[in-house]
Design a protein around this ligand. Structure first.
Ligand code: FES
Length: 102
């Protein structure tokens, strides 16, 4: 069965830019995004949330990282560990058609 069928809609996704480049040009990896990625995966697992957390090469806002995007939503800049519960809530909301706020 196709996982994109109406009976099985795709899981919400959280994309974390883990691009690392050294040198003068900023990158999310240089600003700790790989740790953010691991923390997000752990948080999703702890909450048994049905969310895919994926690494992405670049979201095009390199000077503002670490950058994260929930599928269908705006890029979130300057993400820190404190932001992660709200990001997971937003992704859960994306999966059930709400904005994750209650
Ligand atoms: S390096 Fe993260 S948005 Fe480009």
């Amino acid at each position: 069965m196709n996982s994109d069928s109406p009976k099985n809609p795709p899981l919400p996704k959280i994309y974390v830019c883990t691009n690392f480049r050294s040198g003068a040009r900023a990158s999310c990896g240089e600003r700790g995004s790989r740790q953010i990625f691991e923390q997000l995966r752990n948080l999703v697992n702890e909450r048994s949330a049905e969310i895919d957390v994926e690494q992405i090469a670049c979201l095009g806002q390199c000077g503002l990282g670490p950058n994260v995007r929930v599928s269908g939503q705006e890029i979130i800049n300057g993400v820190s560990s404190d932001d992660l519960p709200a990001i997971v809530d937003a992704a859960i909301g994306a999966g059930n058609g709400t904005d994750g706020q209650s």
